[in-house]
Design a protein around this ligand. Structure first.
Ligand code: GLY
Ligand code: MN
Ligand code: MN
Length: 369
């Protein structure tokens, strides 16, 4: 994609002669490869992309995804595809494409050490430049095509968020519920889950990055479901919290406080506002409640080709929000030994505020046991 390659090069200073992106074996795939090469299907293990300052892109594809690569290149005249069957063909093609250029940028945050050693041997004239900050800066604001895919991924997550109350049954396990949620996301059109689904019953909800187990759902449990879909490589990330059976007055008030914290954070969202202001707006609400200090993570992060897309904001972050950023807003209150509540939405920053991508109801939902 010419515009995306140019967006990265505009941020590289000094200008390198080329940017080389190289994929290892799944999951060590550099998602920036898919940022510059908009190809909806294919794994592209071992593939390389050589991007040029004028926006052109050379893509080295294995025969395993040659059809998809060629079809994508047909839609985009700035892309040339080279189908290479073996590692030595890859090396020779990269050498030919780079020629005698010396200033070469790499994505230091994603390139494996093995690939670096290989490129360093292959291109002995190279002076390597770290392109990762420029890449992050380009990827953090989304173009219209990216927002469309993020919106679809978020719609799939929202659809399942709306369905969860109808799935809950006393005695079902956390892993059963997670499996049902993932099945439904795929049935709604997802290309898989964007991260390991979190389902936490009762006291487990006090741990934000909990992994589901064989624990069974019982009356009186709070439920935290944090999940997301991939749609054409773009991720969603949504959390909804529910209450099952016997009313717990404290957890209901905790839920209302988290909702108020999220509203306060969202009210602060607009271009130019330092990231920390969004966090602090949510934290102020929680710290004025009986659950002071129970927000134990930054209140959001950017989202895109991966769920944690390179930028996050907590109490120390001065970087401002920019129009076109896609971010999560996800305050929570965590009560060890009892449970937790988190509400997480995906939004896009607009010229004068924000727009929701996720739409499932955020209010307190009691599901009869
Ligand atoms: N799903 C992990 C997070 O919300 O950051
Ligand atoms: Mn999440
Ligand atoms: Mn998140």
């Amino acid at each position: 994609m010419k515009a995306r390659v140019e967006k990265i090069f505009r941020r590289l200073d000094p200008q390198p002669d080329a940017l080389i992106l190289a994929n290892a074996v799944d999951p060590h795939l550099d998602q920036t490869f898919f940022y510059v090469f908009d190809v909806p299907s294919g794994l592209f293990e071992g593939s390389v992309a050589v991007a040029h300052p004028d926006g052109r892109l050379d893509v080295l594809s294995s025969p395993l995804e040659a059809e998809s690569a060629r079809a994508a290149a047909k839609r985009d005249p700035s892309v040339t595809v080279h189908v290479v069957a073996r590692g030595d063909e890859t090396d020779q093609t990269v050498k030919k494409l780079v020629g005698s250029s010396t200033n070469l940028a790499l994505d230091y945050r994603e390139l494996t050490h093995e690939w670096f050693a290989r490129l360093d041997k292959l291109l002995p004239q190279a002076k390597w430049v770290d392109g990762s900050n420029a890449i992050r800066g380009a990827r953090v604001t989304k173009d219209a095509g990216e927002i469309e895919k993020l919106r679809r991924a978020a719609e799939i997550g929202s659809e399942v968020g709306r369905e969860i109350p109808s799935i809950l049954r006393a005695g079902m396990t956390e892993t059963e519920l997670a499996a049902e949620m993932e099945f439904r996301m795929n049935r709604h059109g997802a290309n898989g889950r964007s991260f390991s689904t979190i389902v936490a019953f009762g006291a487990h909800g006090a741990e934000p990055h909990y992994q589901p187990s064989a624990s069974a759902l019982a009356s009186g449990d709070s439920i935290v479901c944090d999940f997301g879909a991939y749609y054409q490589r773009y991720a969603s990330d949504i959390t909804r919290s529910y209450h099952f059976g016997r009313r717990d007055d404290e957890l209901k008030k905790v839920h209302e406080t988290v909702e108020a914290a999220q509203r306060a954070a969202l009210d602060a969202v607009r271009p130019g506002v330092p990231g920390k202001e969004i966090h602090l707006a949510a934290e102020r609400v929680i710290d004025a409640s009986p659950w002071k200090g129970r927000l134990i993570h930054g209140v959001g992060h950017s989202i895109g080709l991966v769920v944690h897309d390179g930028w996050g904001y907590g109490p120390q972050v001065d970087d401002p929000l920019e129009e076109g950023m896609a971010i999560t807003v996800e305050p929570g209150i965590y009560l060890p030994g009892k449970g937790g509540v988190r509400i997480e939405d995906d939004i896009v920053v607009t010229r004068d505020g924000f727009e929701f991508l996720t739409t499932a109801p955020r209010g307190y939902i009691e599901v009869p046991a």
